[in-house]
Design a protein. Structure first.
Length: 270
């Protein structure tokens, strides 16, 4: 992260799971607590202790460089009238509220406000998230670079051309961790059904999913090649994959899963 980014003033509105993850990431990246302000009416004990320890203000003394909206979408309309006046002409608004469009956010700010809409996912809590982001026309390259630096405190960032892709992003990476957790659940239950003790089945499933995920993260190889590398012709893995890759198989089921989540995301954005 550049020194310019660390020198920026940030006003974080909402320090729940995602907002708290960003806050911890900024502090770990070298942001000065004096450059941060956090508004959170009901902080967790951990966040409350962090705010007290770092003496982080509850509101900025002047217009911040970035106003980060990390509140739940359903309370956004109630929260924005109280925080919008803190934004100045040079403030970029960065929203991580799911389903809230740039237009719906812009309605609370003066014309010409720079707005970035981003969709992080749950692994952001451990700095291993992936965030997709898009910006309106008022976001300058400098503001975009600053927002990018803030989001990278929680993991990778992918910039997309427009909001039309965010429903699919939500369905893949936003909801995706739940699909992976369910895979671990199902794998453990299958192990139990195959005769393993419950505790061992759960241990094997958890370690297998997390280990395979870490291997995928570290390897430059595409998933298909990694799969092929562990599959011997006529072996046990091939026998199992013949079920997953049959008709109907896991690929079709995942497509239906993502389509259903994307459809629901569009409904919530309307």
């Amino acid at each position: 992260m550049s020194q310019d980014a660390r020198d920026a003033s940030i006003f974080l509105v909402g320090a729940g799971r995602m907002g708290g993850a960003l806050l911890r990431g900024w502090l770990a990246a070298g942001f000065s607590p004096s450059s941060l302000a956090v508004a959170e009416p009901e902080p967790s004990p951990e966040i409350a202790a962090l705010l007290k320890e770092k003496a982080i203000a509850a509101a900025p003394q002047s217009a911040p460089d970035v106003l980060v909206l990390a509140v739940k979408p359903q309370v956004m309309n109630a929260v924005l009238p109280g925080v919008a006046p803190f934004a100045g002409p040079g403030t970029a608004v960065l929203s991580i509220a799911a389903g809230r469009t740039i237009a719906s956010i812009a309605a609370h700010f003066p014309p010409g406000t720079a707005i970035v809409r981003a969709m992080p996912n749950l692994p952001a809590a451990i700095g291993r998230g992936i965030t997709a982001a898009c910006a309106n026309m008022e976001v300058t390259p400098q503001r975009r670079a600053l927002c990018d630096a803030l989001l990278r405190a929680a993991g990778e960032v992918a910039w997309i051309g427009g909001e039309s892709l965010l429903d699919a992003v939500t369905a893949v990476s936003g909801s995706g961790p739940a699909y992976v957790f369910y895979l671990a659940e199902c794998l453990a239950e299958a192990g139990l059904a195959a005769g393993l003790p419950q505790e061992l089945a759960a241990q094997l499933a958890r370690a297998t999913v997390t280990g395979a995920g870490e291997l995928l993260h570290r390897s430059p190889l595409p998933p298909a090649e990694l799969r092929e590398n562990v599959t011997s012709p006529g072996g046990t893995t091939a026998a199992g994959l013949s079920v997953l890759m049959g008709e109907p198989g896991l690929k079709d089921l995942i497509k239906k899963t993502v389509a259903a989540a994307a459809r629901r995301s569009r409904e919530l954005s309307d």
